[in-house]
Design a protein around this ligand. Sequence first.
Ligand code: PAF
Length: 284
Amino acid sequence: MIILKKATDLKKWLLAKKQLGAKIGFVPTMGALHAGHISLIKSSLSDNTITICSIFVNPTQFNDPSDFEKYPITIEKDIEMLEQAGCHLLFLPSVKEMYPSGLQQTRQYELGFLEIVFDGEFRPGHFQGVCMVVHNLLERVMPDNLYLGQKDYQQCMVITRLVELIGLNRHIKINICPTLRETDGLAMSSRNSRLNPSERALAPVIYQTMKWVKEELKVGDISSLSKAGATELTLKGFKPDYFSIVDARTLLPVAFWDGEQKLVLLVAAFLNEVRLIDNLLLNE
Ligand code: PAF
């Protein structure tokens, strides 16, 4: 696997490949890779001739400085995992390389409703930071296919909107890949490594509660289900930011279900210092 740190080197390398007609798949990450990331790499490998992964812990998307400082960094292990998976190129830029004119925001991305609900509400500025870095990365890589994990459901919607806003929706296909789970149901996440053993033992309660909601879902008033789920998490020791059943396409709240509307359950909850997010499509 080739490792490049400079955007100019990446551009040269990509130009040569694109001239030969290569189809480029791209998996942007913040490192601390796990099997979920590798499943995105594998999807890209099967759809494209070249697979590029980026690892960049993006400072502009952390609304909480301590979350940024504590973000796990496991670069050697990440490189090993990418090599084993068969990834062709790792782009590993520095902050200066990604933000040559500094971290201040120069463009406001019009994300509308997406920016004021759920992670938009609880992590102010987070999605603008995601847009800044993904815009920057997409301009450098110009992939044919972009791979994102469904675990970050709202982020997938934000990036889809971003790709429209920057006029790349006819060039880049967005592929949303299923969430990978540990055997006990906990969604794989880089942040899981920050859980201590007792927190780790408790963490699958999120998935268990989501599954319970899916089983209980019936046509009619469903508002009590979200409340019951949030209460269950609180009783077990979580501090939920949200536990909400919403329209899977718009993220608008749904209190009454007609049995047809596509629903997704979105969850974010703290276990002490660690914030976990997850989601479940309730009627796929
Ligand atoms: O999901 C992530 O790891 C990040 O938000 C992303 C998309 C790589 C942007 O920094």
